[in-house]
Design a protein around this ligand. Structure first.
Ligand code: COA
Length: 224
């Protein structure tokens, strides 16, 4: 089967964002991202966000206090993060990463990662045939959220790209088919589609997949 690559529109959108991060956060993105030719070209574009992303760092959740007052506006997420995020991280059930800034210990946003087996019927093309003996392995983004008062400033995308980078690093050592998540609603579905995810079912909370070849497309240097 021919592998689907990122559409040029999606790739441009993502590389624009990566470039903007580099300018505004002096971000700790790996040098191979900085050296893709499209990223170099886009380094000249101007940023549109108002919130100053400079100084944002993404770390493993340092304590429960960091997310105790976190509110993104989605009750299920707010409840999980304040009640369970640190506990699950501590128990190796999820890895939780927070965006922090300066001396503040309050998370601006967070995401949680784990592994998940996914039924082969959700895979692309003939790929189900490869997993006749079991499910396909995925890095799963359990949650991704940003403090309500600072949403739409790029922090969610900073977090998402950081999560994808981690998934890419994992894929270099442990085989995965890609990254999966479930969209909460149509708006988040559109958000993830804009970042290369493809919905694999029609449901209220559709399973969305970003396959391994899209991760490679994003993070491996292009030749020539
Ligand atoms: C979805 C979310 C993580 C995006 O992070 P962000 O920092 O706000 O987003 P970015 O600045 O990187 O990108 C902006 C885009 O995010 C999406 N977005 C912004 N606020 C959103 C919200 N409350 N709900 C859903 N999507 C939202 C929109 O697509 C927006 O683009 P637009 O301004 O053209 O509409 C964040 O808004 C959030 O925490 N929302 C509530 C919780 C949630 O829905 N989490 C996703 C679970 S699947």
């Amino acid at each position: 089967m021919r592998k689907r690559s990122l559409s040029s529109k999606t790739r441009k959108r993502l590389t624009t964002f990566v470039a903007m991060l580099m300018r505004r956060t002096a971000a700790c993105l790996p040098s191979f991202v900085a050296h893709t030719s499209s990223t170099r070209r886009i380094l000249m574009t101007s940023a549109t966000q108002n919130y100053d992303l400079k100084g944002i760092r993404i770390e493993r959740i340092p304590s429960r206090d960091c997310v105790r007052r976190f509110k993104c506006g989605e009750t299920s997420i707010d409840k999980w993060v304040s009640d369970k995020a640190f506990k699950h991280h501590d128990q190796d059930r999820s890895r939780v990463f927070c965006a922090l800034k300066g001396e503040s210990t309050a998370a601006l946003g967070f995401y949680a990662l784990s592994f998940s087996p996914i039924l082969p019927t959700y895979l692309f093309g003939q790929h189900a045939d490869r997993y006749q003996d079991g499910d396909a392995p995925f890095v799963y983004i359990e949650w991704l959220a940003v403090q309500r008062s600072i949403q739409s400033n790029g922090i969610g995308t900073v977090l998402l790209i950081n999560a994808l980078q981690r998934a890419y690093s994992v894929s270099r050592n442990v085989a995965i088919y890609g990254v999966a998540l479930r969209a909460l609603n149509d708006r988040t579905r559109a958000y993830y589609e804009g970042h290369g995810f493809v919905a694999r079912e029609d449901s209220a909370f559709p399973l969305m997949i970003l396959p391994i070849w899209t991760l490679r497309d994003l993070f491996e240097p292009r030749r020539g």
